[in-house]
Ligand binder design. Structure first.
Ligand SMILES: [Zn+2]
Length: 192
């Protein structure tokens, strides 16, 4: 039976690398897969997933209006899909996570989602919250803080390198950057 998988982590844990490697393993065996990534930036017309180590692949874009079940079903009618892979899964709506579960349960296609667990305020992203609740397989992709401890949190840093503690969950086109840190260093940065 197919299952719903959620691979979660802080930033820069190699999520896209694992996603693209998984897609490659299917394609190498002659199996078709469907890749999706979030259209968080409407200046981007064509979807692409790329990893920091140089792998990349075209992907379907989804926004919060996309019916992922219908989209996958249409492709599956055309060519049998062996797997569906979703990047930036933290941006999925609650309804879309349930649509992905319908792909698993009704079409019997495994769905692998990759995303951040929490935002820069230490709060669960909406998509991640539902995935943590209903996915059968939860896998943490690990990354490390500058101190060597496991990094579980993300801090947002402004142009001066100071931690930002207020603002919207998703910032598009700004100069802020993000860094993965352990909880101790998250507190040290955000309470300073
Ligand atoms: Zn640390």
């Amino acid at each position: 039976m197919a299952q719903l998988y959620f691979y979660y982590s802080a930033m820069d844990a190699g999520k896209s690398t694992v996603l693209l490697q998984s897609a490659h393993n299917y394609k190498e065996r002659g199996m078709a897969v469907a890749l999706y990534t979030a259209a968080i930036d409407d200046r981007v017309a064509v979807g692409q997933i790329s990893s920091r180590i140089g792998l990349q692949s075209d992907a379907h874009l989804y926004d919060d209006q996309t019916d992922l079940f219908r989209s996958v079903q249409r492709q599956h009618d055309d060519q049998t899909l062996a797997c569906v892979l979703v990047d930036e899964a933290q941006f999925l709506t609650e309804a879309q996570v349930w649509q992905l579960s319908d792909i698993v349960d009704e079409l019997n296609i495994p769905v692998l989602c990759f995303g951040l667990r929490t935002d820069f305020q230490g709060k669960l992203f909406p998509g991640s919250e539902v995935l943590l609740a209903i996915a059968e397989k939860l896998t943490e992709l690990k990354t490390v803080c500058h101190c060597g401890r496991k990094a579980t949190m993300v801090i947002r840093l402004d142009a001066n390198g100071r931690a930002v503690t207020q603002g919207s969950q998703v910032e598009i086109g700004g100069n802020d950057r993000y860094e993965s840190v352990c909880r101790q260093h998250y507190k040290a940065a955000t309470r300073a």
